[in-house]
Ligand binder design. Structure first.
Ligand code: ADP
Length: 170
């Protein structure tokens, strides 16, 4: 029988425990999951694609051994899914606010590749407020993000931002 492959695409700049949570759920549903960091996204990223892939690998460790591949892609996610012979594209859903954007994405993807099913997974409640943006904002101001991101990500954020300092006007 054909293996049931899925792709899990995103910017992942950087990953949070929310992203990790979705991957662990996807592993239970599919034979193989291709975690795919999007290249050439319009957003200006904090981390390079290679750094983002390294953080994924370091954070997942042996948990997904043999069942997960980390790689980057550019162009249409649907085309990438076809190249990987995937039957599904996994996305995470947080609060209601994600719905509108994901609805547009799903509609466009269905138009481009009706055979690739969009699969939306929900994180556990404690991760449902987390976003890469919040993590970067807090980390850039020297806040502790260790309960929101895996250790390797927290360390790289610290290295990127150094720590904040009061600037006193004399
Ligand atoms: P994109 O730029 O493609 O939205 P992100 O890295 O922000 O990339 O997100 C990738 C996927 O992970 C998206 O489906 C997003 O909804 C999901 N995601 C992001 N943060 C969380 C979270 N805290 N819990 C669950 N899913 C999340």
């Amino acid at each position: 029988m054909r293996p049931r492959n899925a792709i899990y695409p995103g910017s992942f700049d950087p990953i949070t425990f929310g992203h990790l949570d979705i991957l662990m759920r996807a592993i239970r549903l599919f034979d193989h999951v291709y975690v795919a960091v999007l290249r050439n996204s319009e957003k200006t990223p904090l981390f390079t694609v290679e750094e983002r892939l390294d953080m994924w690998r370091e954070s997942v460790g042996s948990a997904g051994a043999g069942q997960v591949t980390f790689e980057s892609f550019d162009g249409l996610a649907v085309e990438y899914a076809r190249r990987r012979q995937a039957i599904a594209m996994v996305r995470g859903l947080r609060a209601v606010s994600d719905f509108e954007a994901e609805f547009k994405l799903a509609t466009a993807n269905r138009h481009l590749g009706a055979e690739i099913e969009m699969v939306y997974l929900m994180t556990s409640n404690e991760h449902s407020f987390l976003s890469s943006t919040i993590v970067k904002e807090v980390a850039s101001m020297g806040g502790n993000v260790e309960s929101w991101v895996p250790g390797p990500v927290a360390r790289r954020l610290k290295a990127k931002y150094g720590h904040g300092e009061e600037k006193r006007q004399e």
